[in-house]
Design a protein around this ligand. Sequence first.
Ligand code: WT7
Length: 655
Amino acid sequence: MDETRAVPSLLDIPADRYWPPEAFLRDANVTDLVASGHPNEEWPRQWEDAASLLAWDDPYSTLIDDEDAPFYRWFVDGTLNACTNCIDRHISTQKNQVALRWEGKRGEQRTYTYYDLYREVSAVAAALRDLGVEEGDVVTLYLPKLPELPITMLACARIGALHNVVFAGFAPDALVERMRHIDSQALVTCDGSFRDEAVINQKRKADAALASLEKSIPTLVVNRLGKSHDTTLTNDQYDYESLVETYSGTDVPPVSREATDPLFHIHTSGTTGDPRRMTHATGGYLAGVAWTAQTVFDLSSATSLWCTADIGWITGHSYVVYGPLLSGSTVVLVEGSLHYPDRHRPWEVIEQNSVEVFYTTPGIVRTFMKWGESFPAAHDLSSLRLLGTVGEPIGPDTWEWFYTHVGERQCPIVNTWWQTETGCVLLSPIPGIDEMKPGSVGKPLPGVEIEIVDANGQELPPGEPGYLTIVRPWPSMLTPLESDWYWVLAEYWQTFSDPRADSWRYFTGDQAVIDDDGDVWIIGRDDDVITIGNRRLGTAELEAAITTVDGVTEAAAVAERSGGDTALCVFATLTQGPQDRNSVRKTITETVAERIGEFARPTAIVFTPELPETYSGKTMYRVLEHVVNARPHSDSDSLRNPAIVGELNTVWNEH
Ligand code: WT7
């Protein structure tokens, strides 16, 4: 445990407690686990219940195979198709129900019924197949919040191809690196998109990436900017709309996949900060997501849900696309920023779409708080039944504000803890059952077993903060390709496992503490990954971009935290000789925006003669964090250059 980190005073303050509001209980999916058909069985039997929510082509013969632990295989011999589960099976019962409602930035609206989705997904699947995409291939999707993104994800799933969604805000370099990683066989992108008043040329970014790729791959280009916008398509590039027209009415039989076959890749930042390829398996992922969609988000047929996450992050995969569609719900997808054209937009979206479930981040709730309660108060938000947050700890004040001013004290809040790696929510109150404490993530869901341990892996009693670990496998867990086993083992399993005893314990990378009631409070991440606007950004990737700037030798990025907000601060060293510091600063900012994305623009850039280093030459981020967050530094023993601490404080205070 990092002794220098402030030990949280989370448990010093007695928490408020809220029981599920009566208004919610009347229609809740789950008010009693056993009575709702969730058998109260021993692990791993509870998870059979999750699997029963899916339509299987062939039933599984083995619930869990631990032969290659910790690379567990769930639902062995079972076969299914993700697209069938999300679309086809709803066609007979609710063909004309709205599956997706899209709100464009400029007031446009588009509505897709389940049948509309079926038709367009089939056409895109046929087009991809004819362009040579085969079962097991990977297709990169580089699209902003457009209906075509979930549609192409499902089209991939239909033909057994894996999708790899890359956040549309990433720059070409970041896109290329990810495409290389997964040996992408095709790309889907768009001509552009709108950011407030500005037009973003997405196609230009995609072209730049394609130009530095070693091979030519077919590319589908969605038209977002309108017919008048001139987009040149080269040889291997196809207009999405024309393809959909050409293949309209084509029947594409869904490919039956093994439950253990990968459904998609998604990149995350490991502790080294490099983008890392994460993989989720078809059966286990869908089971976990379907079950939590029903239990945690209370989704059922026709529930209208709005989740503000970008589809490029796991939250979007699981609770914008798969969870709601598996449940037969209506997804509300909103393009553009929440403040455009004005601060009424979020509340208009809820009002006009009768949103029942609203899932967002503490950071966004804090923004709403800053804007003031008069905005939500000006709208009829009575359709809301359930609120949720994810991604970072939520302070009790923020929780209370959300509960009062958005939920009107009628909607439970599910503070959900999970990760890209876990695939679905693992810790959360069950809204129709559990008491809520503002700030706590509640208890592990049934079938999830956790332990808080010290640095030696010894379980700690309630009240003592330590490392959050998961002691039993769960279906939607990370299922890496064999070529990734080595680093996945090192990153997530090795720290707290005893392979000789075949005892495996997953390390989440988070620190947490359990209170006397068994409720969990997340303290934060244990490594140096920075989260900005809910995006987990690897320091290594960022620093690599910064050091490409002429005149910069080294760089280290750390987060400055104030009142729950995170600002990105960069410390850099310069080469010898005269430098115009302001112009270097400007170039750094531009380079980061260009290579990583606009969202990663640093808020402060300071220059120092040296970075604090360990004897082995590793940057000591902790020292920098203490400097920017004005905390005393007490641990200079491992510093190669302890004298630098004073200098760092000086340059920081002067910036
Ligand atoms: C990390 C995972 C999967 C959701 C989006 C982020 C932090 C997540 C909470 C929460 C406190 C949380 C953890 C976790 N986190 N949810 N409710 N309270 N912290 O996915 O990028 O994979 O990040 O987000 O630190 O490890 P991700």
